[in-house]
Design a protein around this ligand. Sequence first.
Ligand code: HEC
Length: 121
Amino acid sequence: MKKIVGKHVVIGAFSVLAGFAVTAHADVVGNAKAGQDKVAMCIGCHGIPDYRTAYPEVYHVPILGGQNAQYLMSALHAYKKGDRHFETMHAIVSSLTEQDIADIAAYYASQTAASKDNPNK
Ligand code: HEC
């Protein structure tokens, strides 16, 4: 019984979050083509072959290509707002507009293993 109640609370919380995300960004539509020109500063970390930064520490850098656009957008918003903490990502995302975030998310979401290397590398 206790388990069932807990599940309903979680689903309720997600519905509220999802509703908020839709209203807050309803007017911004991502353009993958525009995004391609905006990821030059991301590739240095997210495009390296073994997905690890070398300095100052060895971080595992997440692969972005092929991720769901909504997931990428909410991750970027979380860094921007400070809900998710990672200093470099916060600094980078702070300089992006809502349109940049939508375009970048659309660009990465459209990538597959067969995609050509980004020419802006
Ligand atoms: C200096 C290196 C660096 C640069 C430049 C960089 N990132 Fe990141 N990024 C990281 C690291 C390291 C993480 C993982 C941080 C963590 O643990 O939260 C990360 C996390 C992310 C995540 C969350 C991924 C997930 O699976 O949760 C997204 C989305 C992201 N970066 C997008 C970008 C975009 C878009 C750009 C360019 C505008 C960019 N990053 C530039 C290092 C970088």
